[in-house]
Design a binder for this molecule. Structure first.
Ligand code: SOE
Length: 378
């Protein structure tokens, strides 16, 4: 079986997924082969170049002509392009894999989740929360679900980057509320909220996030437009947050503290998550993604577990034990699971429902910032 895929978007995420398609037949031969069929975008020159490099057969400048011609539709475009093409594809019966955050607004995310619910059972709609597919994160989830940390009291997550700390860093769609929805909150916070839900969100652990108290900040209000006139550069207003922080209350009483920033000087892609339970604690850092630090039985120090054994998640597909994996492997793993679900007509998680659940938390954090009080997530 070969799956023809149509992909909207060819920049950062386009490359990450095209790399995954190329790795799959070599390392995960039990998944149907992907045929990169049509690459979709607006700038024809850049599109042709990318299609050539990524091995796509053709290009298109309108997604409408593509969505019911392919076996799978990948939506890797900017956030404001997530809803319409994804909904249309699902209505045409085409499985969809969409980048995070699911949508720029809660309303759009709700419409997308409704379209996914209305689609046939064998038409999965996946949301690309790739950090679920880090082997050490899956190892952590297994420990938590086996009850090894006991009753969950604290979850602490932060996602730090610094690419906007320079006030001359250019304006982009990521700094515009109409195009992105929010800034660090949606782009980075969506990952952290999803990891909180994935790791401790089951009713036996902390449960869902019930209430939030949020704070958003924009440090630089105007940014130059790229390729503007050097002497008198055109600037545009930044309409999203540069950083957010929030407190969370989980259904079972656990407390969460989460934050993200694009102004954390020196931190390039520093995503960490920690959990403390009555019987133990764990902590994970994306900068050391092959490791999980675990403290058990009320012990006095953390043990560093190298999650690189052949029986650790996905590891046996790659190299002999101890041969470490990287960020790009998370995309291979998520594509493997998603495409397997497509081929077998199975369900897939994280799906649009998970994307919507994260979006509800993000929207509540924004509302809490505006109202200056705790807000329920519903
Ligand atoms: C932003 O810089 C970004 O590329 C996010 O959009 C990704 O989701 C994250 O994985 C890395 O950082």
């Amino acid at each position: 079986m070969t799956l023809e895929v149509g992909v909207l978007g060819y920049r950062f995420m386009g490359r990450a997924h095209a790399n995954a398609f190329a790795r799959l037949p070599m390392f995960f031969p039990d998944v149907p082969e992907v045929e990169p069929s049509v690459l979709i975008g607006r700038d024809e020159t850049a599109l042709e170049e990318a299609a050539d490099r990524f091995g796509f057969q053709s290009t298109a400048t309108d997604w409408q002509s593509v969505i019911d011609e392919v076996d799978v539709f990948y939506n890797l475009g900017p956030n404001h392009l997530h809803a319409d093409p994804s909904i249309a594809a699902l209505e045409a019966g085409t499985p969809v894999f969409c980048e995070k955050p699911l949508a720029p607004t809660l309303e759009a995310a709700e419409e997308m989740a409704e379209a996914a619910e209305a689609a046939a059972d064998d038409v999965p709609a996946g949301c690309a929360f790739n950090y679920r597919f880090v082997p050490a994160i899956q190892y952590a989830k297994a420990l938590l679900e086996a009850g090894e940390l006991g009753e969950i009291h604290h979850v602490r997550g932060r996602y730090l980057q610094d690419w906007l700390v320079d006030p001359e860093a250019p304006w982009s769609w990521r700094t515009d509320a109409k195009l992105a929805g929010s800034g660090a909150l949606g782009d980075l916070g969506s990952h952290t909220v999803d990891l909180c839900r994935y790791l401790v969100g089951s009713p036996d652990l902390a449960g869902e996030i019930d209430r939030v108290s949020g704070h958003l900040q924009t440090f630089v209000e105007e940014r130059p437009v790229e390729n503007g006139n050097g002497d008198d550069p055109e600037t545009r207003t930044v309409t999203v947050d540069d950083a957010y922080s929030a407190q969370l209350e989980f259904a079972n009483g656990a407390m969460g503290t989460v934050e993200a920033s694009r102004f954390a000087t020196g931190h390039k892609n520093d995503h960490t998550i920690e959990v403390h339970g009555s019987a133990g604690s764990l902590r994970f850092s994306l900068e050391r993604l092959n490791e999980l630090e675990v403290l058990r039985d009320g012990g006095r120090g953390y043990e560093t577990v190298l999650v690189t054994d052949e029986d650790d998640p996905y590891v046996d597909h790659w190299w002999p034990p101890g041969h470490v994996l990287g960020w790009e492997h998370t995309f291979v793993h998520e594509n493997y699971e998603f495409l397997r679900a497509v081929a077998d007509g199975d369900s897939f998680h994280p799906n649009f429902g998970d994307g919507l659940a994260a979006q509800r938390v993000l929207a509540a954090i924004e509302e809490s910032d505006e109202r200056g009080e705790w807000v329920s997530v519903d």
